[in-house]
Design a protein around this ligand. Structure first.
Ligand code: PLP
Length: 353
C-alpha cells in the first residue's frame, strides 16, 4: 500500500501553534490539513493532502438535491508513551464501501482510504491530545458532485478525510423515550448504511422527545414498533438477568457498529453471556416488572459507552441507578484501556502509525 505516495501541500498558516487543547468541543475544530480525491471518468484521481479549506460546490450538485452522501467516524489515540494508534479502521473501510454500494456510489480503493488516512494522521499527529478519553476524530466522507438535476447516480464524486481533536466526553446519563410512531430504518431501506439522510430524518422525532424532557429516542422496528433497534445514533445493549442482549443486525435496520462488535467480543471475554437477537419492548417491560432488567446503555465511536438513567415506554417509566451499574462501566474501562495501550491488544485491533 505504501507504494503510493500522496502529494502534500503544506498549510503555511497553521492554527496548531495557537490552538488551545484544553478547550476542545466535539465536531467544531478541524486540523490544518485534509485529504481529497476526485472521481471522474470511472477512476479516482487528484489524491492529495492539502490545507483544510472550504471547496466549491455547484448549486446544482447532486449531493445538495438527492442526498448521495456517506461518511464514517473513527478515532486515533495517543497513549502515555506517545504512540499513535487508530482503532479498527479496517472495519470502517469495509463499512464505507458497503454504504457506497447501497447509495450507488463508487467504492474507494483501500490505498486512498487507509494509506491516505495514515499519511494525514502522521502529518497531523501533534493535533492528537494525549489525555485520558481524548482522541482525534477522523471523518472520511464522499459526496456526489455532478452539476445535474436529473435523478440518476452521479458520475463525479469527491472523497475527503477531515480530522478534529475530541476532548473527554463527560456526557450526563441519558433519558430515553421508546419511539412508537417514527422510524429510523426499514427492512430493504438504507439503515445499515452511514448515509446523510438517515441522520437528517432522525432529527424531528428526537426534537419531539426533547420537548417531553428526554434526550434521545430508542428506535423500534418500522412495521409494529415492537422490537428495539438502536438508541439515537448508537447501538444499544441491555442487561437482563445477568445476560447481555443486543438487537441483531440481520434485518438491515441496525447499523453494524464497530464498537458494538468490539463490545460483544470483550463482554464474552469478561465472562458475560451475550445474545444477538430480536428483543421486544414487551420482554423488556416484563423483565423490569420482575426486577430482572438491570442495565441499558448505548455503544458507538463518539461516546464509547453511554449510560442511560431513564427509559420510558409511554407512561411506563423505568429508572436506573447509574452509580450501581456494573456491566457498562466495566466495558467502558476495558475499551478505553485497550485503546490507550494499557492492556494487550490480543485481537490486533490497533493500527499503529
Ligand atoms: C455510526 C453509528 C453507530 C455506531 O457505530 P460505531 O462503528 O461503533 O461508531 C451506531 N448506529 C448508527 C445509526 C450509527 O450511525
Amino acid at each position: 500500500m505504501s507504494t503510493h505516495s500522496i502529494p502534500v501541500i503544506k498549510n503555511t498558516n497553521p492554527k496548531l501553534p495557537t490552538f488551545n487543547m484544553n478547550e476542545i468541543a466535539f465536531g467544531k475544530n478541524f486540523t490544518d490539513h485534509m485529504l481529497v480525491a476526485d472521481y471522474e471518468n470511472g477512476e479516482w484521481k487528484n489524491v492529495a493532502i492539502q490545507p483544510y479549506a472550504p471547496f466549491q460546490v455547484d448549486p446544482s450538485s447532486a449531493v445538495l438535491h438527492y442526498g448521495q452522501t456517506i461518511f464514517e467516524g473513527i478515532k486515533a489515540f495517543k497513549n502515555e508513551k506517545g504512540e499513535v494508534v487508530i482503532f479498527r479502521p479496517d472495519q470502517n473501510f469495509i463499512r464505507f464501501n458497503t454504504s457506497a454500494a447501497r447509495m450507488e456510489m463508487p467504492s474507494v480503493p483501500e490505498w486512498i482510504f487507509m494509506e491516505g488516512m495514515k499519511q494525514l494522521i502522521t502529518l497531523e499527529k501533534d493535533w492528537i491530545p494525549n489525555k485520558p478519553d481524548s482522541s482525534l476524530y477522523i471523518r472520511p466522507f464522499m459526496v456526489a458532485m455532478d452539476p445535474f438535476l436529473g435523478v440518476r447516480p452521479s458520475q463525479t464524486y469527491k472523497f475527503m478525510i477531515i480530522l478534529g481533536p475530541s476532548g473527554a466526553y463527560h456526557a450526563a446519563p441519558m433519558k430515553i423515550l421508546i419511539e412508537q410512531h417514527y422510524t429510523r430504518a426499514t427492512p430493504g431501506g438504507v439503515g445499515f448504511a452511514k448515509n446523510g439522510g438517515n441522520y437528517g430524518g432522525s432529527l424531528y422525532p428526537v426534537s419531539l422527545a426533547q420537548e417531553k424532557g428526554y434526550d434521545q429516542v430508542l428506535w423500534t422496528d418500522a412495521i409494529e414498533h415492537k422490537f428495539v433497534e438502536e438508541v439515537g445514533m448508537m447501538n444499544v445493549m441491555f442487561v437482563i438477568d445477568g445476560k447481555v442482549i443486543t438487537p441483531s443486525i440481520e434485518r438491515g435496520t441496525v447499523l453494524k457498529g464497530v464498537t458494538r462488535d468490539s463490545s460483544i467480543t470483550l463482554l464474552r471475554e469478561m465472562g458475560y453471556e451475550v445474545e444477538e437477537r430480536n428483543l421486544s419492548v414487551a420482554e423488556i417491560v416484563d423483565a423490569h416488572k420482575k426486577g430482572l432488567f438491570q442495565e441499558v446503555f448505548g455503544v458507538g465511536t463518539a461516546a464509547v459507552v453511554s449510560y442511560i438513567s431513564k427509559l420510558a415506554h409511554g407512561d411506563y417509566v423505568m429508572d436506573f441507578d447509574v452509580e450501581a451499574l456494573k456491566v457498562a462501566p466495566a466495558l467502558k474501562k476495558h475499551l478505553n484501556d485497550l485503546r490507550m495501550g494499557n492492556i494487550v491488544d490480543k485481537h490486533g485491533w490497533l493500527l499503529h502509525i
